[in-house]
Design a protein around this ligand. Structure first.
Ligand SMILES: [Mg+2]
Length: 383
């Protein structure tokens, strides 16, 4: 008789990866020239290999140490397909409230385990979720950056249109007067047919956010993303009653416990977890299903994450009935273009949507030469 659990975990390997960005990313937080992620590789005794990604923008080598010393010993020898049990084992690796590096590390391992589960079943992950099985997910182009002048704004808007995006996001910051000016400028450049959203990355106080929110409502924006710092839940509730534009947030949450309060009372209209931060596919499914039960849309965050984040998000969005639209960053990023045989979403946009990968698991093959090169830079920076 065949063994009941052939897919035991043999090895968990962490690859910290760093790239220099060809064009810097600019938000209300500043300017980034270099960014990192962590790629998790899991091998089973049956010969399957799964890959996952952790959000680890800085200090990726620290994440590698956390995974190899605190998570791997709890996983080796366990059934890779018992994802829930493995997730619970990892959560108990460190005490303290949920969040931080531990949950980003768990996310990468969890995605790799789902990749293995799909490969073991010979099915793409979205088929294992028995949901909507959409062939494509609507996306928006991200982002028209905060810096720069009106000419650069118009140029980005035109480029996004040429790429096939019918929805786009702008970054805004302080001062408020300039943000309001930018909001009007982008609407003028985009025209009325394009769906626009704005993201402040917590740039404002409540009163400032009320002013910006009015400008967004006046110019027909679809949502106001992260207006306030994520811990200020009462501030979000007050803002919801003081401006007409729907609110979006969630990329700063790690778990359902953290996303639930503003979903329960419908302060948020869009919940935006990043699958490489919020405990992976397992926890994001909990968050997205809870949002669905409250008629709140699920709108995956991708940001500066890589192609594994994008693919995993596409699978969950393909399954969820409340998946409205997914972020699709359009700036050059080697974590999206060089790491696997799956092309970045921004190059695959058709009719405002991106096709869901149909191969087993995540539906991508990693380019291990690119991994080795970017791991070299991560280790060099840390040395
Ligand atoms: Mg954001």
């Amino acid at each position: 008789m065949a063994e009941a659990t052939p897919h035991r975990i043999r090895e968990v390997i962490a690859h910290p990866l760093t790239q220099r960005l060809p064009s810097p990313s600019e938000t209300s937080w500043g300017r980034y020239d270099r960014v990192s992620i962590l790629l998790v590789e899991i091998r089973t005794e049956s010969g399957l290999v799964g890959v996952g990604e952790c959000l680890a923008r800085f200090a990726p080598v620290a994440y590698a140490e956390l995974i190899e010393t605190a998570l791997a010993p709890r996983l080796v020898g366990q059934d890779a397909l018992a994802i829930g049990a493995n997730w619970a084992r990892m959560r108990r690796a460190l005490s303290g409230r949920a969040g931080g590096m531990l949950f980003e590390a768990i996310a990468g391992v969890d995605i790799a385990l789902w990749d293995i589960a799909g490969k073991a079943a010979g099915q793409p992950i979205h088929r294992l979720l028995h949901g909507e099985s959409r062939a494509a997910v609507p996306v928006y182009g991200a982002s028209v950056m905060w810096g720069g002048d009106a000419a650069r704004v118009a140029e980005t808007v035109d480029r996004f249109k040429e790429q096939g995006f019918s929805r786009m996001k702008i970054k805004i910051g302080a001062p408020v007067r300039e943000a309001c000016q930018r909001i009007a400028e982008v609407r003028a450049a985009a025209g009325d047919q394009i769906e626009l959203t704005a993201d402040s990355n917590w740039a404002y106080t409540l009163d400032e956010a009320v002013t910006v929110g009015r400008a967004l409502a006046d110019h027909g924006y679809t949502w106001f993303e992260e207006p306030l710092r994520p811990e200020d839940e009462d501030g979000h509730r007050m803002l919801r009653t003081r401006c007409a534009v729907p609110l979006a947030a969630g990329e700063s949450n790690y778990t359902l416990d953290q996303s639930a309060p503003l979903v329960n009372d419908r302060t948020l209209s869009y919940l935006q977890p990043n699958i490489t931060r919020s405990g992976g596919i397992t926890e994001v499914l909990r968050m997205a299903r809870h949002a669905a039960a409250h008629d709140v849309a699920y709108a995956p965050h991708v940001g500066m994450s890589g192609i594994i984040c994008e693919a995993a998000s596409l699978h969950v969005a393909a399954a969820m009935p409340n998946a409205k639209v997914m972020e699709c960053p359009a700036s050059a990023n080697r974590f999206k273009s060089d790491l696997a045989d799956l092309s970045p979403g921004a190059t695959r946009v058709q009719d405002g949507a991106v096709a869901v990968p149909q191969g087993p698991g995540l539906g991508l093959k990693v380019n291990w030469d690119a991994v080795a090169e970017m791991e070299g830079l991560a280790r060099e920076v840390a040395a």
